[in-house]
Write a protein that binds this ligand. Structure first.
Ligand SMILES: O=c1ccn([C@H]2C[C@H](O)[C@@H](COP(=O)(O)OP(=O)(O)OP(=O)(O)O)O2)c(=O)[nH]1
Length: 160
């Protein structure tokens, strides 16, 4: 069942997110997230730049990608299994929750991934390497849910 569409964020949004970094893929060359086989649940995301995460530290990777999806669906981000198995690499927030209305946030719904390297040695993610995966899942709502607010910002914005 097809319920979502991946697109690139704009050149301007990508440049803003990559400010101060070098050697990243041009936005047009970032491949759309792909499933490895017809039976795979996860869409693999590629890192647009080489990133070395020092021992015990974190790194934020802007993916250049946004996901529009039908209401009632969520995209959950997980590390790619092989990265977790090999390096114990994990998402700093354990799982990334990409809401269906995030695509229309001020930052165009630019999907960001924050990785944590819990090892005592640095880990390098190559430019163009598949490093995390996103799974689309349907979600339910509770009785008497009368939420009407819309999303504007990204992480933590609904506290403000
Ligand atoms: O790993 C992540 C997690 C979240 N997001 C984006 C998509 C999500 O829709 C938005 C807000 O995330 P979430 O709702 O999990 O964070 P929050 O801290 O609860 O923020 P808010 O108050 O905006 O809901 O940030 C990412 O790009 N990467």
């Amino acid at each position: 069942m097809s319920i979502a569409r991946f697109t690139h964020v704009s050149q301007a949004q990508y440049a803003e997110a990559m400010a101060g970094r070098e050697g990243f893929l041009p936005i047009a060359e970032i491949p759309m997230p792909k499933r490895a086989t017809t039976g795979s649940a996860g869409y693999d995301f590629v890192s647009p730049l080489e990133v070395t995460i020092p021992a015990g530290e974190t790194a934020l990777i802007p993916t250049g990608i946004r996901a529009e999806m039908e209401q009632g669906w969520v995209l959950l981000l997980f590390p790619r299994s092989s990265f977790g198995f090999k390096y114990s690499l994990r998402l700093a927030n354990t799982v990334g929750v990409i809401d269906s209305d995030y695509a229309f946030a001020k930052n165009e719904g630019h999907i960001m991934v924050k990785l944590r390297n819990p090892l005592s040695e640095p880990v390098t993610i190559g430019k163009g390497e598949r490093f995390c995966q996103g799974v689309f899942l349907p979600y339910g709502t509770a009785e008497e849910d009368e939420v009407t607010a819309g999303r504007v910002g990204g992480f933590g914005s609904t506290d403000r």
